[in-house]
Design a protein around this ligand. Structure first.
Ligand code: SF4
Ligand code: SF4
Length: 533
């Protein structure tokens, strides 16, 4: 058993109101430069729908993720090294700008500078941010089918709807919709890393964040094709790949990602998971795609198990990280309550952003039929009988296994019914919890985490007293050798060998050369650099 730590996220889809605050704040923080106009590291899709880029889930077309060979081994769907080498100058499996959208802006200046007494109403025309030309008709955007807008034209292009029966597909947009916020999954078995010919994509060993080394990237874009979630982008100005960084500079300072911090629905949870790195490839290669969800859950290790704690410490996981894993809301949602599911486990990348599927389509339908949407008998029956949400959600989260989704929805329904009794001051019927294999106390704990958790309960990020400052390993020797004079005592110790006591300074110190007061070189005296990109 080789224990490693991973920062993971869970999103509770019932609480997403589709406001796009997360996307906009992420864009302001990370992709507001030239060459990044079309990039949305965080985007929010309306489902059913085609998403961004258009039809990203159609792996027959894009060949992203892994496939299992007849011999039980995994190989990237984009092909082995030889196929990738043959396509290095002309890769047919890459989305074009028409699949993302042509970014545009408006001539806002014309509104501001229009003469006061002009007889004409000033107009701000749309201009392409790629060519600078006017765009008379905008034909697609990153969120074109928001709130099912235009869905009669595009719905059949949703690969999950296309896989459902024709009758269901015809009715689906009248039946339900929900929002799906997406970021990079920071996968345990990332195809983007394995497909990169330059070794520029890497997964940080200390926290599992997947990053692009901008110096090493040669712009081959194999990562763009190989990522099944289409969460690596190509910057056409710098000629380098870029992607979600999980806001690592914020995490290193103990703060949640920008998308989590600003989420209006407070639906994101961040925490540490411990997993057995020795079993990742084996779990990703199980024969039946419907077993992948269980296989992925099984390689996650119980942070309360003394055996796991011992192995984690031996493997160099700091004590503060083990403690964070024990308090992790993500562990509770995935393993204790089993209400979170991975997005498209069938891609075999072992994604680390999980989702609690929405119960609201079922509740809305029950309420619309004039029934009591909080009565557990009505709700539990409805969950089992409403095949459309179940089949669609199973297509997203469990490779089509409706039983796994049904169990989650039943648990959410039971929590709802149980809590109504509690809030009304009545004794909750123990049969409600028993019907979903839980106790009343567990349902109440789950309610506290899902409904009323405070900031510190939703984000458990270990930096308060680390033995080794975060990010040190990824920075390499050049930064580490600079940490001598003036650095905190623990900075010099190897990972996992520091003391268990608190260290006063969690971030590395970069020593600067003495600055000359005048002459050539003034202002260029920084002796090292900090950062993984
Ligand atoms: S989701 Fe992120 S980590 Fe996973 S393959 Fe895509 S870019 Fe790589
Ligand atoms: S900010 Fe939160 S509620 Fe709003 S769209 Fe993003 S994830 Fe949903």
């Amino acid at each position: 058993m080789k224990v490693m730590a991973q920062i993971a996220m869970v999103m509770n889809l019932d609480k997403c109101i589709g406001c796009h605050t997360c996307s906009v704040t992420c864009k302001q923080a990370w992709t507001n430069r030239e060459g990044t106009e079309y990039m949305w590291f965080n985007n929010v899709e309306t489902r059913p729908g085609v998403g961004y880029p258009k039809g990203w889930e159609d792996q027959d077309r894009w060949r992203g993720g892994w496939e299992r060979t007849a011999g039980g081994r995994l190989r990237p769907r984009s092909g082995g090294r030889l196929r990738r080498l043959a396509q290095i100058f002309a890769n047919p499996d890459m989305p074009g700008v028409e699949d993302y959208y042509e970014p545009w802006t408006y001539e806002y200046d014309r509104l501001l500078s229009a003469p006061k007494d002009s007889p004409n109403i000033p107009v701000a025309r749309a201009k392409s941010q790629l060519t600078g030309e006017y765009m008379p008709t905008i034909q697609w955007g990153p969120n074109w089918d928001d709130d099912l807008g235009g869905s009669p034209q595009t719905l059949t292009e949703d690969p999950i709807v296309a896989g459902m029966s024709r009758r269901i597909a015809a009715e689906i947009d009248q039946t339900f919709m929900f929002y799906l916020p997406r970021i990079c999954e920071h996968c345990l078995n990332p195809t983007c890393v394995s497909a990169c010919p330059s070794g520029a994509m890497y997964k940080r060993s200390e926290d599992g964040i997947v990053l692009v080394d901008q110096d090493a990237c040669r712009g081959w874009r194999m990562c763009v094709s190989a990522c099944p979630y289409k969460k690596v982008y190509f910057n056409h100005t710098t000629g380098k790949a870029e992607k979600c960084t999980l806001c690592y500079p914020r995490l290193e300072a103990g703060q949640p990602t920008v998308c989590s911090e600003t989420c209006v629905g407070r639906l994101r949870y961040l925490g540490v998971l411990l997993y057995d790195a020795d079993r990742v490839s084996q779990a990703a290669a199980v024969a039946d795609p419907q077993d992948l969800y269980a296989a992925q859950r099984e390689i996650l290790l119980d942070p309360h198990d003394p055996e796991v704690v011992r192995a984690a410490r031996q493997a160099g996981v700091p004590a503060s990280w083990v403690q964070a894993a024990q308090n992790s809301p993500v562990w509770d949602l995935i393993s204790t309550y089993r209400v979170a599911l991975p997005l498209h486990p069938e891609y075999r990348t072992m994604p680390m952003v999980w989702y609690i599927p929405p119960l609201s389509p079922v509740v809305d339908e029950v309420a619309a039929a004039g029934l009591d949407g909080e009565d557990h008998r009505v709700l539990l029956t409805a969950v089992s009988e409403m095949r459309i949400p179940l089949e669609y959600l199973a297509g997203l989260f469990t490779a089509g296994d409706t039983d796994a989704v049904e169990l989650v929805l039943r648990r959410l329904a039971a929590m709802r019914s149980h809590m109504r009794e509690v809030r009304l001051g009545r004794e909750a019927d123990p049969a409600i919890a028993a019907a979903v294999g839980m106790s009343g106390a567990q349902l109440e704990d789950m309610y506290r985490l899902l409904a009323i958790a405070k900031y510190d309960d939703r984000y458990v990020i270990p930096t308060a007293s680390p033995e080794v400052p975060r990010g040190m390993t990824a920075m390499g020797e050049d930064v580490r050798t600079l940490l001598g004079e003036g650095a905190p005592a623990a900075c010099g110790s190897a990972v996992g060998q520091g003391t268990e006591g608190p260290v006063s300074l969690p971030l590395p110190t970069v020593r600067r050369e003495p600055m000359p007061t005048a002459g050539p070189g003034v202002g260029v005296g920084v002796a090292g650099h900090v950062g993984g990109r």
